[in-house]
Every structure is written in structure tokens, then in C-alpha cells.
Design a protein around this ligand. Sequence first.
Ligand code: PLP
Length: 356
Amino acid sequence: VYNFSSGPAMLPQPVLEKVQSELLDWRGSGMSVMEMSHRGDDFTGIAERAEAALRRLLDIPDGYRVLFLQGGATAQFSMVPMNLLRGSSADFIDTGIWSKKAMAEAAHYGKVRLAGTGEAQGFTRVPAQEVLDFDPAAAYVHYTPNETIGGVEFSYVPDSGSVPLVADMSSTILSRPMDISRFGLIYAGAQKNIGPAGLTLVIVREDLLGEPITGTPTVFDYRVYADNASMYNTPPTFAWYIAGEVFAWIEGEGGLSAMGERNQRKAAKLYALLDATGFYRAPVAQDSRSWMNVTFSLVDEALDATFLAGAEMVGLKNLKGHRTVGGMRASLYNAMPEAGVDALVEYMREFERTHG
Ligand code: PLP
């Protein structure tokens, strides 16, 4: 079965097999990782190795802290402004549903300002750098490099000058190499390219770990996590362990360059099919097409249900688009093998042949 769900998504099969093999007894400890004290040597070793692997993969510079949190990316919509929006205002680039949610939440804590929007194009294209209008006095600029629902992705990192750039990388982190030094803070829910749901990753430049706004609960203060190796309270230990196994798997596959090449190839195969036919339609502009979430529709919507039912029958699962936009969406995260994309392309060709 190939699971094209936007999340929780497929995990790499070798990772699942390894986790299964040590599920009841982790390396002779007599315990499952789920049962270990997070402060014991076994688990702190697992936690440290996971962070070290992530640092190697992303080449994270020394002045950045990696935090392993809970609450999903949604909690970060609040945690970022609580920690960074001190009395000033924040700039937002609006590219669709997720950036709007982040902006709405930040408005509870301070002033928000629109620095650019793709609304006029129905969120089928990200705004170009030239039209972005940043406030040099802003506390930070927030954007969503990949809009998971719309399938709209930035092909460039916005230049926000000296204002720290904050990115919701939930659905694009680890999909290719990236330059961490361009960012002030990156956050991501784990359940796409990192590991199981329940873990949230934050990579933050050390100088941004300042004073949170008055009234911020201790459990939402980045500094508290940074000072306590993300173990102020009980962390999501099992998800953290699996994330470490996923990082090791990516390293074994050749790291992020290899992932990037593979992901680009996967997306290109599907877009090539969409561009070559009048039977399917890809709504997103060429320069803003997501590698991770490919959105498309059937020109004849009356065939949607037949298309989805037929796909399920041949093991191509969860291709239905988000309820707010309809159509189809194929999520092609790291764990989706090229064979899964090939199977989808073959199914789509055959469906067009028999229904076109
Ligand atoms: N941001 C983006 C870009 C997402 O894709 C998602 C979930 O799919 C979220 C935020 C919300 O993440 P979570 O469910 O981890 O809170």
C-alpha cells in the first residue's frame, strides 16, 4: 500500500522494521523505549544521538538550539509570538490556510502586518520577493515555505534583511538541503518527514531566546526548554526515538542532497503527467509547485469518486484533497518511494485511457 496522506504520513519501511525489532527490548535493556525514564542514560543517549544526527543532516550552525517539543505546529502559532513578539509587530506572508492560521493566532499577542499575499491569485502562486514589503522594525517575518493544503511552495527563501525570518517548515523540512543560517527560527510538526505525531521540532537562533511576553506559561517558554535539554517536563520520548531512527535512515540514504534529488524526481514525474493531459488539471503556477504535496483535479469532477475508489482498490490510499479545496492531493514525503509515484502515474494514465 502507498499512503499519499498529507499527515500523519508514511514512515520509511526500514525504520518501522527496526522499531518493531526492538520494540519490546531495546538493545538488551529489557525495556521498551516507551518505558524508559527520560532522565536515564539509555534515553538521554537516544535523545542526544537524534539531535546530533539532525545537526549533521541540516548542518545546523553552533549558535542554534534544537528543541524537541509537543503541541504540534499549531502550538507554535502561539509559542512564536509569545516568545518573539515583545511590544512590536510581526510581518506575515500570506500563502493560504496555514499561514492565515499562524497570523490569526499571533494577533492575540501583538500587532501583525501583511508583508505579502497570494490571495489575488487564489493562493495558486507565492508572492515574488520583489513585491514583498517588509517593515524593518518588525520583531520577525513569518512565512510558510510549503502550504500543505494548497500545494504551494516557495522556490526561494525570502530576504528579510536584518529582521529574523521564522518559517513553518512542517511539510518541507528534511526534503532537501537548506541553509539554516538564513533563519531566526524554524518549527515543524513531526508527522510528515520527521517521525510520528506528538513531537514538534524547533530550531532557534540563540539570541532570540529572550524574555517571553508577560504571562507566558513556563511550558511555552523556549528558554526553559533550551536550558533543560528539552526535558523540563516529560518529552514525547517514543516519538523522539523514532525521529532519531528516521534521521539515521536519511543519513544512510545519502543525506539531504540524495533526498532532494529523489523528491524532485518524484514530483517532476507527476507534474509531467499533469501537464501532458487535458484530463487532469494542476492548479498551482509552475514556479510555486510543491515537491511534497501535489494538488490536482479531474476536469470532469463527476469522476472524482470513481477515481478515488479505483485508486484505493490498487493500494493508492488517501488521494482525496483537503475538504476545503476539494480535488486530489498526492503527498510525496521522503518515505514515499519512487515506485509509489510510478504506480500512481500508471494508475492515472490507465484511468484517463478508460474514462477520458
Ligand atoms: N503548518 C503546516 C504547514 C501544516 O501542514 C500543518 C499540518 O498539517 C500544521 C501547521 C499543523 O500541524 P499540527 O497538526 O502538528 O499542529
